[in-house]
Design a binder for this molecule. Structure first.
Ligand SMILES: Nc1ncnc2c1ncn2[C@@H]1O[C@H](COP(=O)(O)OP(=O)(O)OP(=O)(O)O)[C@@H](O)[C@H]1O
Ligand SMILES: [Mg+2]
Length: 466
């Protein structure tokens, strides 16, 4: 469930063949093809070979590859055609073209048409392995793409959103209605409420579910990088841009682009995004020729985007363009009756992973039901996971909870917002103390990002938050 990185194995076992990624090598020259395939196999890739463009086109339509490495000059179906067919049937697959010495123009043209990279023949082993590794990494960036028909839907369909409280039922009903339309959707909600889960369900329920779902987190990248990540760039567009590259908009072709934490973006970027949405085309950074894109955009924000609009930090026109359909994911404290179901769901996941089925004693459950959940479902997920790991026997008791979930809250006088702040302050202070000031660890235990923790500490004026 959780996509947070797990601690690495200290002594990684040698990778079984093929784990690194799956590559299709396309070349009509047998020796060249066989040697290239051999090098890649030795390095741990699963490799398939195609002896013609036509064979390659059939192959990419039939099975998933991370990377297609294709010669350009072949007849009668050439590398450009392999590129076109690959991008059409498997848009997340990365294509690298091989060009002969002196035909660099064809490499440039291939990149303009969406190839990820090129290799000039003859090339060294190192060069080959480096390019392939980068392409596989790029492919991984795109996340879990539906490679087999229905797979994405099976994994991320609406039924995976647990909850039967009134606010969740209402949300799911809206998701069901909106998913099959091509509308732009703006999802708002606090951190950890399940915004990405909703975005994936929207994609899974759309005609685009066989095409990529591409998430990009705006808060994690600087403005310049964000532009070139999303729109791509021409060769030489900026220092370090030694090769042209297509952006995530093009990678998401036919599918859905999930722009996470959109409120964090700068005005220049917002203007470009607005243009892309209005015109259905984008321009790579440093290039004047527009590229048409067929992408559904789903954006999310965990901030008060309307306030950002009022303060002119967020373009009003872009807001209205994005919020064609606004969806709000309610915080967990507004739907406490979902807590037992979610606990059950996460214990189930724990049992699947470890083979050990744990359950919660009534007192532990009662505590969870009354807690304020500043980190929402993610916090609950982490807590259940840790408690399940810490508890000795099959039953989890309050002692196993790695976290000072307070007993039933004492009603405090004041507004609801003050009560929430107070609960949040207690949880954060306890976590920071427990982690002896290590904010990274405290954030992890609270199930929020370090940035979120830092921001909240600052807002609540908790010492250590800057
Ligand atoms: N209703 C739900 N049912 C099952 N799992 C859920 C539900 N809501 C959230 N989760 C799980 O909680 C975690 C957080 O969800 P998600 O990443 O979608 O939240 P988010 O709103 O995007 O958070 P952030 O703002 O921090 O990015 C995920 O592991 C997700 O699978
Ligand atoms: Mg998210």
């Amino acid at each position: 469930m959780s996509e947070q990185p797990r601690p690495a194995d200290p002594q990684p076992a040698p990778r079984p063949s093929g784990q690194l990624g799956k590559v299709l090598v396309v070349d009509d020259q047998k020796n060249m093809r066989a040697t290239t395939a051999l090098v890649l196999r030795d390095a741990g890739y699963a490799v398939a070979e195609a002896e013609s463009g036509a064979a390659a086109v059939q192959r990419v339509a039939a099975e998933p590859f991370d990377v297609v490495l294709t010669d350009v000059r072949m007849g009668p179906v050439d590398g450009m055609e392999v590129l076109r067919a690959t991008l059409e049937s498997a848009p997340a697959t990365q294509v690298i073209v091989m060009t002969a010495y002196g035909t660099i123009e064809s490499a440039v043209e291939a990149i303009r048409r969406g190839a990820y990279d090129y290799l000039a023949k003859p090339f060294q082993e190192d060069e080959l392995l480096l390019r392939i590794a980068k392409a596989v990494e790029r492919r991984r960036l795109l996340g879990e793409v539906s490679l087999l028909a229905g797979e994405f839907r099976a994994r991320y369909g609406l039924e995976h959103i647990v909850g039967r409280s009134a606010p969740i039922r209402e949300l799911l009903e809206r998701v069901r209605r909106v998913a099959p339309t091509d509308s732009t959707v703006l999802i708002s909600g606090e951190s950890g409420t399940g915004k990405e889960l909703v975005a994936r369900a929207l994609h899974a329920g759309s005609r685009r579910s066989q095409k990529p779902f591409v998430p990009v987190n705006c808060a994690a990248i600087t403005e310049t990088l964000l532009e070139s990540e999303l729109f791509g760039h021409a060769r030489g567009a900026f220092t370090g841009a030694t090769r042209a590259r297509r952006g995530l908009f093009e990678e998401a072709s036919g599918g859905t682009l999930f722009i996470d934490e959109i409120t964090e973006t700068a005005p220049g970027f917002q203007a470009k995004l607005l243009r892309a949405l209005q015109e259905g085309e984008i321009r790579r950074v440093g290039e004047s020729m527009p590229v048409r894109v067929d992408v559904r955009v789903i954006a999310s924000t965990n901030r008060e985007i309307k306030q950002a609009v009022a303060e002119r930090r967020f373009r009003e026109d872009l807001y209205y363009r994005l919020a064609v359909v606004p969806l709000r994911v309610p915080p967990l404290r507004e739907r406490r009756e979902d807590v037992p179901l979610l606990v059950e769901h996460f214990l189930e996941a724990h049992a699947r992973r470890t083979g050990v089925r744990k359950r919660l004693d009534p007192e532990a459950l009662a505590r969870l039901e009354t807690y304020s959940w500043p980190g929402n479902v993610r916090e609950l997920e982490n807590l259940v996971e840790q408690a399940a790991a810490l508890s000795q026997g099959p039953v989890i008791t309050p002692v196993d909870m790695p976290f000072d979930t307070p007993g039933p809250e004492q009603p405090t006088p004041g507004t609801l917002a003050e009560a929430v702040d107070e609960a949040e302050r207690r949880a954060i202070t306890a976590a920071v103390q427990r982690c002896q000031g290590d904010l990274g660890e405290a954030a992890r235990q609270l199930g929020v990002s370090s940035t979120t923790l830092w921001r909240r500490m600052k807002r609540l004026a908790i010492p250590g938050g800057g």
